[in-house]
Every structure is written in C-alpha cells, then in structure tokens.
Write a protein that binds this ligand. Structure first.
Ligand code: ADP
Length: 151
C-alpha cells in the first residue's frame, strides 16, 4: 500500500528546516503532501500563493512531493486525501509540548492517522519562520534560510 504523509504547516515562510523534514520524510513515505493551512484569523506575512509557488519550484524535480492549500481540520484533510500519516518536525521541548497536544487531538479526530516526528537536523535547529519574518521586516537578508529565491 502506498504510504502517503501530509506535512501540514503555516510555512510563513517555508524554510530550509522544512525542506529538510520533507526530504527526510521521503525515506519513510512514498508520497509527501505539503499542505499550507489557510487560517483566516491569522494574518500572514508571505502570501499563501507565493509560498505555494516557491515550494513548488523547490521540489519541481520530485514527482512524489506535492503542495496543496487547505482550510479545514488537518485530520479531516487526511481522511479526504487518504493520507495515513502526518509528518511534523521537532526542534526543542517547546515544539514537543505543542506537537504532543496537537497529535493527541488529531488521533481523537481521526483514529487511523499516525503522527510521525522527525528531530531537526542540528544545522537547521535554530531556523524558525517567525525569526525569518522579523529579519525580513527590518530589511535583513534571509536568502540563507530559504531553499528558493524570493521574487
Ligand atoms: P505551524 O504553524 O503548524 O506550527 P510551521 O510552518 O511553523 O507550522 O511548522 C511546520 C512544522 O515544521 C512543525 O512541525 C514545526 O515544528 C516544523 N519545523 C519548523 N521549523 C523547523 C526546523 N528548523 N527544523 C525542523 N522542523 C521544523
């Protein structure tokens, strides 16, 4: 059976840390679907359209990696697209506390869904979307943190 994993997130922006999780995920799963969550209550810095384009370019040579957007519960999305796994990354204990809770709720909502966590590669452990946004807001160079060139 084909093993399909969803890698959900805000990806505001998608970083080299995210790229690393996706590529390592391919060692475990046949297909990884990067799902950009659209949350109307959360104001974004980089648009969903821009991120979808940049992520698509990043993985243009990987037919087994797809990028979609969604506006519902991740557990529901997984049912709809027949994905058996959620892929998430863990950098530190703060991530763990948050991810642990989300994972419990997702299991409650969809008992067939398994969350798989990959520990961040040390060289990407310090990269976070929020810090990158802050650097960019004040005209700092963020190229080093992104696997694509911003237009
Ligand atoms: P969310 O808004 O759902 O937290 P993010 O876009 O911030 O979405 O992150 C998506 C996933 O990627 C989360 O599991 C997060 O812990 C993980 N992640 C973020 N940055 C890194 C990194 N540098 N290394 C490994 N995992 C990361």
């Amino acid at each position: 059976m084909t093993k399909v994993a969803i890698f959900p997130g805000s990806f505001d922006p998608f970083t080299k840390g995210h790229e690393d999780i996706v590529l390592r995920g391919l060692k475990i799963f046949d297909e990884v679907i990067i799902a950009i969550g659209i949350n109307s209550n959360k104001k974004r810095y980089f648009t969903v359209e821009l991120m979808q384009k940049c992520i698509g370019e990043t993985f243009k040579d990987f037919p087994q990696i797809k990028v979609i957007t969604y506006n519902e519960l991740t557990a529901q999305l997984a049912k709809q697209i027949n994905a058996g796994f959620l892929l998430r990354g863990l950098r530190n204990t703060t991530d763990f506390e948050y991810e642990n809770t989300i994972s419990q709720v997702n299991t409650y909502l969809n008992q067939t869904l398994e969350t798989v966590f990959l520990i961040t590669s040390p060289r990407f452990a310090y990269i976070s979307s929020s810090i990158i946004r802050e650097v960019h807001r004040y005209q700092g160079n963020i190229d080093e943190f992104l696997p694509y060139n911003l237009p």
